[in-house]
Write a protein that binds this ligand. Structure first.
Ligand code: MSP
Length: 640
């Protein structure tokens, strides 16, 4: 019998801009799962790619004065190089502009049409270009804004093809009920069930007002809606619709589509309904992970707060960045990104706990045994406990990763690291070395530490791309640690005594927190380029800018960035939180008249409600200046 198969995918990314650390998060998580499954002996197919068509890309390309093709080629080359830098082990990369994809998408469209599930009619409704999403009158509300991202939507009226989604609602509900693990985590499953129960309309699946897309086979004036185009990548990459469907037959249905929470709806409703209509089996699981957010909100190009993964890797190394992303955020939940937390994790977990364990162990093997791993003798309670923790950890990882809890798996590995460090303190090898007759005991202790490190190196393979090999080499072991099977972590005592260790440089040098942060965030946070897209006066008019006088300011506890303001807007007083503590002293601000966005939806920053936003200018050198008015004017005066 062949190996069991495991097919997992990331979303395919829009090449509307370079990728930021939030995008890298999805792919790093998928890569960890792919590597783990390979270690467990699966025949893994790990797919990622780029989602290159649609109105958004066509517009961005035009704003940059190049053809869509030129634009996407350049950005996609950047994606591929980022994945290499992050040591992503994808087995394939699909571009939706590739022939293999176009052929498959047209075949799918034709098939749905032939089966009577696609029909021609007229679409009139709302469209969000950044999300490439259709919305009904009810969903955009009176303000005419996108239900998902809150940006203004555009009115669209055009002849279109429609997919009979409504027809599949009951079958879908039944499927989801019978397959409780299909949508995860459970909270997202419930959301999707309510969405479908609230009534589905047929989906508009073609556009005629722009041409950057795959042509509808029987009507070339139309291009296929970018989400139908994009979702199909999961099977076109396997050759579906081509002359050679072997890979498709081998790997489909996918075991896991890993996606961010905002696109769960497309993956769990539209995609499965397309597959139902095509009579193709559905993927086994769609997991919607949370977002990586900054103190100032979700990372976004327009806010100018995107964190560039390439700069971070350059500064701290690929293992450290991957470790931080996977360890810090409970998979499924939203997590806050901060460079400070990153540096603290590197120092505490990698440099101190892991780095020191390796360094201390090898130094003692060199000092007491000339660098040769000694032969152990009979095990006592402490030794048995160390071995038992190693076994329990392996078991815990298996269970955690079955639930895709990557951060739990890493926490489990650090239990073993912690136990091994404690074992050094309990067994005090430096005292054993001085005492008469304790040589055999010292041998056992140092053998066990080296054995624990062998297992730790193996356990780390899915998450850290370079450290396991470095540990392996320093332990004097040969062969490729990444190619060894999982079984090797489950057997204690297979390290061969007599192996000669090769202690090297510390694998994770300590980082000076203060210095890293001083140099810091201005380097990793790219400033937004001047906006190319012009907005109308009506769009500008939606902003309610007011003069706000500061009546009180205090620092937010446990944050070195946030200040909490009380401001007077003439007719009312408000509380606003702003991330400017590095630049402004609270006592200098009271009495100042600042400029504030008064009609922003309230948000919570570190649990404190901020009802508005204070405006400030910042430059690439890290300077900041608050906006104010140049002569006295009434509090609450409108700015236009
Ligand atoms: N092109 C679509 C997906 C089509 S899949 C058939 C798309 N692309 S995207 O480039 O906008 O996003 C790709 C992935 O990156 C999504 O899963 C999204 O959730 C993820 N992330 C983007 N910003 C993120 C964070 N700040 N944090 C975590 N994930 C984030 O959507």
């Amino acid at each position: 019998m062949g190996k069991p198969r495991y097919y997992l995918t990331t979303p395919i990314y829009y090449p509307s801009d370079n990728l930021h650390i939030g995008h890298a998060y999805t792919t790093v998580a998928a890569d960890a799962i792919a590597r783990y499954k390979r270690q467990r002996g699966y025949d893994v197919m790990f797919l990622t790619g780029s989602d290159e068509h649609g109105q958004k890309i066509q517009r961005v390309a035009a704003e940059n004065g190049v053809s869509p093709r030129e634009y996407v080629d350049k950005i996609v080359a950047g994606f591929k190089s980022l994945w290499e830098t992050l040591h992503i082990t994808n087995d394939d990369f699909i571009r939706t502009t590739e022939e293999r994809h176009i052929v498959g998408v047209q075949k799918i469209f034709q098939e749905l049409y032939d089966r009577g599930d696609i029909y021609k009619s007229e679409y009139e409704g709302w469209y969000c270009v950044p999300c490439e999403t259709f919305w009904t009158e009810r969903q955009v509300g009176e303000d005419k804004i996108c239900h998902d991202c809150g940006r203004p939507v555009e009115l669209v009226k055009e002849e279109s093809y429609f997919f009979r989604m409504s027809k599949y609602a009951d079958r879908w509900l039944q499927f989801v009920e019978e397959n409780p693990d299909f949508i995860q985590p459970a909270s997202r499953r419930n959301e999707m069930i309510s969405f479908v129960q609230s009534g589905l309309e047929d989906l508009c699946v073609s556009r005629t007002t722009f041409d950057w897309g795959i042509q509808v086979p029987m009507d070339p004036e139309h291009v296929i809606y970018v989400w139908n185009d994009a979702l199909s990548n999961y099977i076109t990459a396997l050759g579906y619709g081509s002359e050679d469907e072997e890979k498709y037959r081998h790997y489909w249905p996918a075991d896991l589509h890993l996606v961010g929470k905002e696109i769960v709806r497309f993956h769990t409703i539209i995609w499965p309904m397309m597959l139902m209509a095509l009579e193709i089996p559905l993927p086994k699981k769609v997991f919607g992970h949370g977002w990586l957010i900054l103190e100032s909100g979700k990372m976004s190009k327009s806010l100018g707060n995107v964190v560039d993964p390439l700069i971070l890797v350059d500064k701290y190394g690929v293992d450290a960045i991957r470790y931080y992303l996977l360890r810090e955020i409970a998979f499924g939940a939203d997590g806050h990104y901060s460079e400070e937390a990153l540096v603290r994790r590197i120092n505490a977990d990698l440099a101190n706990d892991l780095g020191n364990l390796l360094h201390r162990t090898l130094t003692m093997i060199e000092k007491y045994f000339g660098g040769v791993i000694p032969e152990p003798s009979a095990a006592g309670d402490l030794d048995q406990d160390l071995a038992a923790v190693a076994q329990a950890v392996a078991q815990e990882i298996e269970e955690a990763l079955d639930r895709l809890e990557i951060s739990t798996a890493l926490a489990a590995i650090w239990k073993l690291v912690g136990r091994a460090n404690k074992y050094i303190d309990e067994t005090t090898p430096w005292i054993l070395a001085r005492e008469e007759g304790m040589r055999p005991r010292l041998q056992t202790v140092l053998y066990n530490l080296a054995e624990a490190l062998r297992i730790i190196a193996l356990l780390l393979v899915p998450y850290l791309p370079t450290a396991p090999e470095k540990i392996w080499k320093q332990l004097g072991l040969g062969g490729d640690v990444r190619a060894l099977p999982w079984q090797r972590v489950k057997t204690w005592g297979i390290l061969e005594a007599g192996t000669v260790v090769k202690r090297g440089e510390p694998i994770f040098p300590r980082i000076d927190v203060e210095e890293a942060l001083r140099e810091g965030e201005k380097k990793v946070t790219k400033k937004a380029p001047m906006a190319q897209e012009r907005i109308s006066i009506e769009e500008f008019g939606r902003l309610d800018l007011r003069v706000a006088q500061v009546i009180g300011v205090e620092r937010v506890e446990k944050s070195n960035k946030l200040l909490k303001f009380q401001v007077d807007l003439g007719t009312e007083k408000r509380q606003v939180v702003a991330g400017i503590a590095q630049w402004e002293k609270p006592e200098d601000l009271v009495g100042k008249k600042l400029v504030m966005v008064a009609n922003l939806q309230p948000a919570k920053l570190m649990g404190i409600v901020s009802d508005g936003m204070i405006l400030a200018a910042s430059d690439d050198e890290g300077n900041l200046s608050l906006l104010t008015v140049d002569r006295d004017i009434a509090n609450g005066a409108k700015i236009s």
